[in-house]
Design a binder for this molecule. Structure first.
Ligand code: HEC
Length: 267
């Protein structure tokens, strides 16, 4: 072949270039990922999923849940809310002042300006950072997902299709293991007209012999198995539920900050 060398060089460049782009660049960017600390705290994040939840990740993968669910909350920006923490010595004056102001959804400069105004009037105020975007509005998470969220997951199940809701924060939304199990067994039992397929093979329907199993699912009236029978989750179902409960995207981090309202702030 006359042009052997240029063809070889062109293929080397094409393959080498894509290898650098698809393999090397992600390793350089994310390969050295480490635990980080929660914002304004010395607590480490993430701590790794409990053993059962880790096995649940494999059940999640094996059942193709990622074909319909993503685990990546998107965010389009941040906004600032100004929150009055003390009305000071002249409550009437400060209340009067803030009643004429818009305190929510501001940019940082405007929020700083308002805090200065309130401070000048004798009150005290602080700025709360709020993540914004369609996923946040849908209550799918308090902030966007970051690489640390998946530090100990192998494989990472980001998903790319959203036939069902994003699950990055599913454990915060629905922390009840029985709800998760009933939903997997018969989605329409708990979500009317749910389009999610049931995963019945992760459960056993048994005749109750002496006493009901402590693991048996608790159904709402009229929706369970026939009287005398019970639905018991297999180990796989329990692991999957543990995994779903371990899904949280609700801690504030340096690369994804937001302010938790004081009442529900985590230690
Ligand atoms: C064919 C698509 C499809 C597949 C496959 C699927 N789901 Fe779903 N899922 C949905 C839809 C649609 C909803 C929304 C309706 C509902 O809540 O039941 C949903 C809802 C959910 C919810 C409730 C989320 C919330 O907070 O509202 C959880 C949890 C969930 N799915 C977990 C799973 C798990 C675990 C698997 C794999 C075993 C799975 N799904 C497989 C379509 C799917």
């Amino acid at each position: 072949m006359k042009n052997g060398f240029p063809v070889f060089l062109a293929s080397l460049l094409a393959l080498g270039g894509s290898w650098c782009g698809f393999v090397l660049a992600p390793i350089v960017q994310l390969g050295g990922g480490q635990q980080t600390t929660i914002l304004n705290s010395s607590d480490l994040y993430p701590l790794g999923r409990p053993g059962m939840a880790n096995q649940g990740l494999q059940v999640y993968r094996a059942n193709g849940c990622a074909a319909c669910h993503t685990e990546q909350v998107q965010q389009s920006g941040v906004a600032c809310d100004v929150v009055l923490t003390s009305a000071g010595k002249d409550p009437a004056g400060v209340t009067n002042l803030i009643s004429s102001l818009n305190l929510n959804g501001l940019d940082k400069a405007a929020a700083d300006g308002l805090v200065d105004k309130i401070t000048a009037a004798g009150g005290k105020a602080e700025i709360h950072i709020i993540a914004t975007g369609p996923d946040i509005t849908r209550s799918w998470g308090r902030r966007h997902s970051v690489a640390e969220d998946f530090l100990y997951d192998d494989p990472v199940q980001l998903g790319s299709l959203r036939i069902g809701p994003d699950l990055a924060d599913a454990g915060t939304r629905q922390p009840d293991a029985n709800w998760q199990l009933v939903h997997l067994y018969a989605p329409q039992n708990v979500v009317k007209d749910s389009a999610m397929p049931p995963f019945r093979y992760l459960f056993r329907v048994r005749k109750i012999n002496a006493a009901p199993s402590p693991d048996a699912l608790v159904f709402s009236k009229g929706s369970g198995p026939p009287t005398g029978y019970e639905v018991v989750p297999t180990a796989r179902a329990q692991e999957l539920a543990a995994y779903l409960l371990s899904l949280h995207a609700d801690v504030s981090l340096h690369d994804a900050p937001f302010t938790r309202p004081a009442a529900v702030s985590k230690p």
